[in-house]
Design a protein around this ligand. Structure first.
Ligand code: ASP
Length: 312
């Protein structure tokens, strides 16, 4: 068995810092979660277990758009989507538009060994009952007030001011981990883009938004339709598997996304321990542990020339 230093990268979406308490609060929050999950990886947690733990901690953080604090859809309901991919097994599982529970990532994890691995609303709710997961209302007062505001204006916004808006308080979450045995896993969880039509399917529980194999793992954030049309996460992982470096794979895929006017961001790592991030969006709220120290992308704003960054 090979034994290497674990690596970890997490994100809290591609939306503004300003109303999440500002740079230092978001930094403290993301670094604390990186620290906790990385410590668990050092203590022997597998990549998949670390991803579930990281997603759970981020889902529980109301400033991000997943689990508690998820945005409301057009009818005022919270519907969440999450997925988990174990790169070693090549196994993808997830839930789409599930309501009334705290941690959608638990359901995605529970489906890893099922014959039917992606469940939508009714089936996901049924599974939650089967697993005796308690009923929980993830809507926060802030999200309800925000929806009421939109209602006054007869829902003119296309989505809940998700991107490049100083008032935005959102951000899908994602985690990609490499454990000391060389296993890679990726997880992504979201409340969606906000104000969407009932039944709209997010990228987060598809291989476009979350993908991993033995070579690399990727989690995306941004406009789900853009991510799906680029098939972004799977594309980066496959490019790396076909011989590009992860850095080249991310840069080339971001370049294509930019020329197609996409609004998205992504985090990634590979089996050599390289950590990579990229965005066409204004900002990407990511933090990582490279085996030596914690770093983040929080001050990397704008800059359409430079679409990706990395550390080894
Ligand atoms: N990708 C998510 C969606 O479109 C939203 C986000 O990442 O902020 O459902």
């Amino acid at each position: 068995m090979n034994s290497q230093k674990p690596r970890l990268i997490i994100h809290g979406g591609a939306s503004s810092l300003d109303d999440k308490g500002g740079l230092s609060q978001v930094r403290d929050c993301l670094h604390e979660i990186v620290n906790q999950v990385y410590t668990s990886l050092l203590a022997g947690l597998s990549a998949k277990e670390a991803v579930v733990l990281g997603c759970e901690l981020l889902e529980n953080e109301p400033r991000f758009n997943s689990g508690t604090g998820s945005v409301l859809q057009s009818d005022g309901q919270v519907r969440m989507s999450a997925s988990l991919m174990d790169g070693t097994r090549g196994r993808f599982s997830g839930v789409i538009n599930v309501s009334w529970l705290k941690n959608p990532i638990y359901l995605a994890n529970a489906l890893q060994d099922s014959d039917d691995r992606v469940l939508s609303d009714y089936g996901a709710a049924h599974l939650a009952r089967e697993l005796q997961i308690p009923i929980y209302d993830p809507a926060t007062d802030f999200r309800i007030a925000e929806w009421m505001e939109e209602r006054k204006d007869n829902f003119q916004s296309k989505m809940a001011r998700l991107y490049a808006d100083p008032e935005a308080r959102r951000g899908t979450i994602g985690v990609v981990a490499l454990d000391d045995q060389g296993n890679i896993a990726a997880g992504t969880s979201t409340g969606g883009k906000g104000l969407e039509k009932i039944g709209r399917v997010s990228d987060s529980a598809t291989p476009a938004g979350n993908y991993a194999n033995r070579n690399a793992g990727v989690s995306c954030t941004g406009v789900g339709e853009d991510i799906i049309e680029e098939c972004f996460a799977a594309k980066v992982v496959i490019r790396k598997s076909d011989g590009l470096s992860l850095i080249e794979a991310m840069q080339r895929s971001m370049q294509e996304a930019l020329s197609n006017n996409r609004d998205l961001g992504a985090i990634a790592l590979d089996n050599t321990g390289t950590i990579v991030w990229g965005k066409t969006s204004e900002i990407l709220l990511a933090a990582y542990h490279n085996g030596k120290e914690i770093g983040d992308t929080l001050e990397w704003v704008g800059d359409a020339q430079q679409l990706s960054g990395f550390c080894q």
